[in-house]
Structures are given as C-alpha cells and as structure tokens.
Design a protein around this ligand. Structure first.
Ligand code: ADP
Length: 462
C-alpha cells in the first residue's frame, strides 16, 4: 500500500490527543508522520508518537507556537512534507493558513479555503442555510453595528436574546441578554471578548432558546461532489456552552426528526459543495423544531462516537479525500448513503484535569499514578496521560477521551462507568467523579438531557 500512497509525509499542526489520533491514521495508511512541538511540550508524549518531531515557536508563547503559520510552512517545505493536518482548534479554521498551504504547494487536509471562508463565519453560514431553506434561529443575519440595533431587534422579537461573535468558537464571545437594562453592558463585553479571542469584534444577535438540545451531523464529502452524512450526535451535555459528554444516536429524536435533521445538514453541505470531514450543528427546541447554528469545517473532538457506530475511520477518510480518492473508491469504500448503517450506541466522556468542586478550575501538576482502563467496548484517546507527565496550565485540560460502545444505550453507559472506575489518576484533580454522576443520573440514562442539565443540577459537582 505504501508505494501507492500519494502522500509520503504528513505534518500535524497540533498537539495532544488529536495529534496522536492523526499520527495513528497516518501509520495505518503507510504515511510518515511529522510532529511539531512547543518549548513547553518538549517532554510530552504526543511528539514521540510521530516518526519525526521538530520544535517550533522559539521565543513565542506556548499557544502562539502552534499558530506560527510561516514557521510551520517553512518547516514542512524543508522536511519534504506533502500535506498538513490541522486537527481541531489552533489553525484548523484559519483561512489564511489553508490559503498559505495551497500557495506553497502543500495540501491542507480539510476543505477548500474559499469554502472555509464562507462557513467559518457564523453569519455567512446562516445565510447559506437560509438560501437552501434550512431553518435558522430568528435573528439578524448580518453583524450588529450598534447597541441601538441590538435593542431594536430584542424589542421586536422579545427577550431573552443572545449576542454572538461571528467568528466565535469554544463558547467565547457569547452573551445572554434577558432584559433591556442588560443590553449595553453585555453588548460591550461580548464585543471585547470577541476581539480578544478572535481578533475580530463582529457581533450578531438571535433569539435565545431556553434549554435546547444540541444535535450535530457528521458530514464527509470528496473532491468530486459526492457527499454523505454519518448521522447525528447528541452534544447537549454542556458546561458554559462547552461539550462534556457526547453520544450517538440521539435518543430524543423520532426517526422522522433524525432524517429531517440529517437531510438538512446534507443540504447545507451540498450548497457549498463541501469537501472533507465537517459537522453541521443544530439546536432543537422543546417542541422538536431544529435550527441550524453553524458548520465546523474540521475534525471534532467527539468524532470518536460516530466512528464507533458507523465503522468509518473519519481521520483516515480526511487524508484519503485530500489525496484525491473518491468516496466510492476501494480506499474509502463508501458507495452510497445507504451504505452507512450505524450500529449500537456510543458515548464519549471528556476526562479533564479540572476540579468540579472548585468551579472546574484547571488543575496542574505531575501525574504520580496512572492506571488506564481497557476491555471490550472501550476506546481511549489520550494526550498526556502517563506517570510523571506534567500537566501544564498552558493548554486545554482534556486528558483522556473515554468512548464506550455497546448494542444498547444502557450497556454503553455500563461500559463507560466501568472504564471510568478502572481509571486511577493521582497527582492532579480530574472530573472523573462528576462524569460518573452524570452517567448515573436518570435524565442522562433516558437520553433526555438538554443544554441546561449541568447548570440545573449542581449536586453533580459533589
Ligand atoms: P461555539 O462555536 O462557540 O461552540 P455555538 O454556536 O456552536 O458556539 O454554540 C455553542 C452552544 O451555545 C450551543 O450548543 C448552545 O448550547 C449554546 N447556544 C448557541 N446559540 C444559542 C441560542 N441562540 N440559544 C440558546 N443556546 C445557544
């Protein structure tokens, strides 16, 4: 297989668990993997999992090292790299980076940069959704120029409303406004948070839905206009708009709702002739209406659950698509939509080095004991989880993704609980007990949590 490969070397412009996930896919495909790492990541595990690794970002901050576009591209060229996988976060949604890769003759493993430009911005993608008749949350589909315009919209559509950064991600630059009196202050703070986080302070406004469910659809498209969906994930279990536990299939949907949401996701992907892996996100209200919120043009943290139920390796698929293979080629072997028949139930728990008792403050230190889980139906994707590993304050606190699979939701929960109990981690605090509390909760077990679930149940933190 190696000889036939179009890519000989792939550089991963990322770190931690997702870098390891991509190195593994490269290895399985017979491609040499190249890691980059910051000064602070010198002693982390991920770089040893690649075939080659190089330090970058000398003199830069720990995060800026992974954002050093020119340096990364220069290194890739110097090392004979064919393609760059950006993972999630960092440069994964950076249009300039994708464009620079293409201009320098490197393949960006993701969508075309024009497409990213159209979809990366939440306002532009809402316009795309509306153009193909996919419902969006009532709001103004352009950036809001002033507090007055925001106040006028809220007066017309009624409070609460939500202010959101057009360039938003990671739950930042988002503010709920419940009354007229709060608007000016929230408008200013949303704008300044957006500016700080994304460098752009464009804000838009939409109706705030009370306790919706977050349902998203995984998409795969090749370079020849063939696009399929890999069904949905329920990502409603969130803390401060950030996902904590994700599962598939979504138990709260009827078969008809599931088909409608998946078809609407396909409509949006087809409207932009989407290439590579992407996710179309929706909110579902308590009446069962769904509304498009955004499309993420990259691999997502929670892709594991979809891999478990569909049997499709999404990261390998991204690489093969970037190499130019068609979905129905022997390499990808996805002949049609009907070919994708999910089986069973999968749940992903994000085990983090956060302290639930202390407001989920990230903990740091050295791991003094680490006992891993294993066994049938359990998949672990870990970044820096081993004895003597230093958990630094510089990066996100995801330690291990624990994904379980079983033929019933009940059994998938039992396996996830069993695996979490097997995991013993000393030296840093983790959210393990909190995850177990969620898995034991009757609302979770009924597959019926909405995005307000964690905030509504403070006892989960004990
Ligand atoms: P980000 O890109 O920062 O992750 P999203 O637009 O994907 O932001 O939204 C993240 C989460 O914020 C959603 O899953 C949902 O819980 C909440 N949210 C976003 N928009 C609304 C809205 N209009 N009403 C209620 N909740 C919302």
């Amino acid at each position: 297989m190696n000889d036939k490969r179009k890519f000989k070397r792939v550089l991963v412009a990322n770190r931690g668990e997702i870098a390891i996930r991509i190195f593994r896919a490269c290895k399985e495909l017979g491609i040499r993997s190249v890691a980059i790492y910051s000064e602070e990541d010198k002693n982390t595990l991920f770089r040893t999992k690649a075939d080659e690794s190089y330090q970058i970002g000398k003199g830069k901050s720990p995060v800026d090292a992974y954002l050093a576009i020119d340096e990364i591209i220069e290194l890739a060229k110097a090392k004979g790299v064919d393609a760059i996988h950006p993972g999630y976060g960092f440069l994964s949604e950076n249009v300039e980076f994708a464009k620079a890769c293409e201009e320098e003759g490197l393949v960006f493993i993701g969508p075309d940069y024009h497409m990213m430009d159209n979809l990366g911005d939440k306002v532009k993608s809402k316009i795309v959704a509306n153009s193909v008749g996919v419902p969006t949350i009532p709001g103004i589909t352009e950036t809001v120029p002033s507090e007055e315009v925001a106040l006028q919209f809220a007066d017309e559509c009624g409070y609460p409303v939500m202010l959101k950064a057009a360039a938003g991600g990671g739950g930042r630059g988002m503010r709920i406004v419940r009354s007229k009196e709060e608007m000016v202050e929230q408008y200013r703070s949303a704008k300044s948070e957006a500016k700080k986080a994304f460098g752009i302070d464009d804000i838009f406004i939409e109706k705030y839905l009370e306790r919706p469910k977050h349902i998203e659809v995984q998409i795969l498209g090749d370079s020849y206009g063939n696009i399929v969906h890999l069904y949905e994930r329920d990502c409603s279990i969130q803390r401060r708009h950030q996902k904590v536990i994700e599962f598939t299939p979504a138990l709260c949907l009827t078969e008809e709702q599931r088909q409608n949401i998946c078809n609407d996701a396909l409509k949006i992907a087809k409207a932009v002739n989407y290439r590579s892996a992407g996710t179309v996100e929706f909110l579902v209200d308590h009446e069962g209406n769904h509304y498009f919120i955004e499309m993420n043009p990259r691999i997502q943290v929670e892709h594991t659950v979809t891999e478990m139920t569909t049997g499709i390796d999404i990261v390998q698929s991204q690489i093969l698509i970037a190499e130019g293979y068609e979905l129905n080629s022997p390499e990808l072997d996805i002949k049609s939509q009907d070919d994708i028949q999910p089986r069973g139930f999968a749940i992903q728990c994000r085990l983090t080095t956060e302290d639930p008792i202390n407001g989920f403050a990230p903990d740091t230190g050295v791991i003094t004991k680490y006992t891993s889980a294993g066994g049938y139906g359990i998949r672990l994707d870990a970044g820096n989880a081993f004895v003597n590993s230093t958990i630094s304050p510089y990066y996100d606190s995801l330690l291990v993704k624990v994904t379980s699979w079983a033929r019933s939701f009940h059994d998938a929960i039992s396996k996830a609980k069993r695996a979490l109990k097997e995991m013993k981690i000393n030296g840093v605090k983790t959210n393990r007990a909190f995850l177990l509390n969620v898995l034991n909760h009757p609302t979770f077990q009924a597959g019926n949590c909405d995005t307000g679930f964690i905030a509504d149940n403070p006892e989960l933190m004990n």
